[in-house]
Design a protein around this ligand. Structure first.
Ligand SMILES: [Cu+2]
Length: 311
């Protein structure tokens, strides 16, 4: 993950400056066109994470007619490829699997939502940015194709209403745990390569989390000092179990020791493989105040090389 995370962060900055996506921002977020046949409601997508080349779109398909129909394909200019996916349980992990079509029986509806059926966007041409929109064309087996405008919500959004307009509620202030997990996921999670954040150790205004993503892993140091809002300070490996290192990040010796001890205690029962995964993150990658990797920052990320896709 070292090289990948570094590149992901660096690529985010590059892509953020790319105008390729701006054209889609001009589409007004009009409600889905009403066409005979299937009614499409609340198309939305999550902002893509970092330089992830994948995203997912969600919506509700209602069939007021007397004949069943099926969504058989979708296309969008923002993605090189689009697939229809579902999630299937594999042990205690949810995995995505392509499906040939999504059934919308007569008088019924199909809900495409996180953790279930979704429209998978592959080979994204630019990151999906919160607040922007993009067109998505849906092909039905019987009804005519419809193009809808997909609104991009925050990376951690759970549904289309989170950002208002539909009487949606404002999320209650999350607990520290939820806030940290949400931040980590918003930064690094990918639809087809979910990030696992565990264990999560909080001591005062600092936190150390272990994370794993596929075969990769590491630890992250977070702080809410000053603003009261959790932010990522740096990513590293075993250094974040080390009181001396923590002290170098600006903690008092006492706090650093307490945090390091708490991390060791929280990780005591973990399988060796997991600990080895956390240790795999070599070096230290500093984040700026927004949790982004600073451009051109020091030797920590210099040898990353190019051409590594985050996907
Ligand atoms: Cu998928």
């Amino acid at each position: 993950m070292t090289v990948r995370m570094r590149n992901m962060l660096a690529a985010t900055l590059l892509l953020a400056a790319s105008p390729a996506f701006a054209q889609h921002a001009t589409h007004s977020p009009a409600p889905a066109a009403a066409a005979p046949g299937i009614v499409v409601n609340e198309p939305w997508a999550r902002a893509s994470a970092g330089a992830a080349r994948t995203g997912a779109a969600y919506l509700t398909l209602s069939n007021p007619g007397v004949d069943g129909d099926r969504l058989v394909a979708a296309t969008t200019p923002v993605a090189g490829r689009v697939e229809l996916h579902t999630h299937v349980r594999d042990g205690d992990v949810m995995r995505m699997r392509p499906v040939e079509a999504i059934d919308i029986p007569a008088g019924a509806k199909a809900d495409l939502k996180p953790g279930g059926l979704h429209i998978m966007l592959l080979d994204l041409k630019a990151p999906l940015k919160q607040g922007e929109t993009f067109p998505l064309t849906l092909q039905f087996e019987k009804g005519r194709a419809q193009t809808v405008t997909v609104a991009i919500q925050g990376a951690g959004a759970a549904g289309p209403a989170e950002h208002g307009g539909h009487g949606g509620h404002t999320m209650a202030p999350a607990s520290d745990t939820d806030a940290i997990r949400g931040l980590m996921k918003a930064t690094f999670d990918q639809p087809d390569n979910p990030l696992k954040v565990d264990p999560l150790v909080i001591r005062g205004e600092r936190a150390v989390v272990g994370w794993s993503q596929g075969a990769q892993g590491g630890r992250a140091l977070l702080s809410k000092a000053g603003t009261g809002k959790w932010r990522l300070i740096l990513c590293s490996g075993d250094a974040l179990r080390d009181a001396k290192f923590l002290q170098q990040t600006g903690m008092s010796r006492r706090d650093a020791t307490a945090l390091a001890d708490a991390v060791k205690k929280a990780e005591a029962g973990l399988p060796k493989a997991t600990l080895a995964q956390f240790a795999r993150f070599d070096g230290v990658v500093m984040m700026d105040a927004e949790g982004n990797h600073p451009p051109g920052h020091g030797p920590a990320h210099a040898p990353g090389g190019s051409g590594h896709s985050a996907h």
